[in-house]
Design a binder for this molecule. Sequence first.
Ligand code: F6P
Length: 323
Amino acid sequence: MKTIAVLTSGGDAPGMNAAIRAVTRSALDRGMTVYGVQQGWQGVVDGHFRPLSARDVGGIIHIGGTFLGSARCAEFREDSGRSKALRHLNQRGIEGVVVIGGNGSQTGSFMLNEMGMPVVGIASTIDNDLLGTDITIGADTAINITLEAIDHLRTTGSSHNRAFLVETMGRDCGYLAMMAGLAGGAEVISTPEAEVSAADIAERLHAAYERGKTHAIVVIAEGVKENAAKILAYFAADTRKAGFELRTTVLGHVVRGAPPRAFDRLLGTRLGVGAVQALADGETGVLIGWQKNEVSRVPLRDVVGRTKPMDTALLELGRILAK
Ligand code: F6P
């Protein structure tokens, strides 16, 4: 294989730049030509390619986001969009594509691979909800940033005898909320997989107050139906319903745009090199992930369209340990 393209798609994730750098430099080292695609699948559909040199990917390993840009592309979900994309790839003599992204992005990888273009996916999303990998690029940094916020809120909460409701990302999956909540000793964790009602939150906070706690933390994932607005509305009539006064902080994209920690830089590096190795081996239509402390290859057909179930038993553990 002589010419490849690399793109980042879907929600950006800390460590994507490390992966782009690793793909580019390891491919150049093998004598390949590398094109970077701007704005994910949209850039393939629109033909926005640029050749990448070793210098082009310098000074990015420590920066969050993705220097290639990313997008969620509706056009690529249509046959016509994918045919256009394939035409652009063929016109440039591209023989293999590396796609760095999460579930939706890897569904695109699978479809393009089925159309005859060799594609390799790299598991990357702060949500860590992709099957075929123990951990995805960006999840560890996102947990750490969420955790820092929780620690800060606990400190000020203790000074003022307050409870804090912290909303973190995760539209469909509560992994981030659960792990940061556990590591931060949260009193309550509510996720789309296991929701806690406002009434139950109030009860559990009140019990914590009665036990003499000076603060309390409730972590909720963005995707819960009983969301921050509904919980606040429940507390509105009496903000001290739980003993504590309740305040809210929505972390949102602050979590996603952070600089990658060491783990995500290393993971991006290992998976980037692994993706080029897979292309060179002629093994395509696979997701490059990290399993049992090694780079792994899993067929995309076994991975896409489904999500990795969260270990909800950890939520019960969090509840017991918050006593
Ligand atoms: O990339 C995953 C994710 O960050 C989810 O946790 C979140 O729900 C979603 O993306 C937000 O996406 P957007 O930035 O497009 O609103």
